[in-house]
Design a protein around this ligand. Structure first.
Ligand code: SAH
Ligand code: MG
Length: 218
């Protein structure tokens, strides 16, 4: 927990309820250990969508479709989401949820590894939600930037690893060292890239909020 647990509980207590489908999906996710976005991230995402008013959203990491369905409630009417997932057990569940939500025409689920799918995308996006394998963010980044319009928003989820990221690599268990190193590289890159202006926000499990800019704006 990055933010004091009581503060987070208090914030959660103020959240309004979701649609029955999202509530059902949330229960399923808890029961089956599917890592969906945290409550406080939901309203944060909503606000970003309302501010940005994107036409094309790209999501890396669909899981069971929770964040995609949630985003679709707050995106403009003519906006569509392309979402990528490579875990074959989750794909049919996500498809089923998208169908139940009547969003098959607005959410396009592409099966495959984001590293392979990203270079094959032909459209440009104005909002990217990166929420797949954290250790790959540094590799996803240049591919995502290639399909982002100037002015596009990039949000990457779970970048502070429950706060472990600030510990020295020697204090991190061996198992977590590679991911620790790679996320640090990602954070350095999004903060120092000429193409991005980035704020690291300690909400949920930590996110980065970036805007793609021309080199001269940085
Ligand atoms: N965005 C979802 C949660 C995604 S969990 C939500 O908030 O509802 C992360 C998902 O990314 C997992 O389902 C995992 O299988 C998927 N994933 C991890 N690495 C991936 C990759 N390289 N390509 C595609 N999907 C990936
Ligand atoms: Mg996440």
């Amino acid at each position: 927990m990055i933010v004091n647990e009581r503060v987070v509980s208090y914030i959660h207590s103020l959240e309004k309820t979701n649609t029955p489908l999202l509530d059902e999906m949330e229960k399923y996710a808890k029961k089956n250990y599917v890592p969906i976005i945290r409550k406080e991230m939901e309203s944060f995402l909503r606000i970003q969508l309302l501010m940005k008013q994107p036409r094309k959203i790209l999501e890396l990491g669909t899981a069971i479709g929770y964040s995609a369905i949630l985003m679709s409630e707050y995106m403009p009417d003519d906006c569509t989401i392309t979402t990528i997932e490579n875990y074959d057990k989750r794909i049919p569940i996500a498809r089923d949820n998208i169908k139940k939500a009547n969003l098959e025409h607005r959410i396009k689920l592409i099966e495959g590894d984001a590293m392979e799918v990203l270079p094959s995308l032909e459209e440009k996006y104005d909002f990217v939600f990166m929420d797949a394998a954290k250790g790959q963010y540094i590799n996803f980044l240049p591919l995502a930037l290639n399909v982002m319009k100037e002015g596009a928003v990039l949000i990457a989820d779970n970048v502070l690893q429950e706060g472990e990221l600030i510990e020295s690599r020697y204090a991190v268990t061996r198992r977590n060292r590679t991911i620790h190193k790679r996320i640090r590289e990602f954070l350095y890159e999004v903060k120092h890239s000429d193409e991005l202006v980035t704020s690291i926000v300690p909400i949920g499990d930590g996110i980065t909020l970036s805007v793609k800019v021309g080199g001269e704006n940085v």
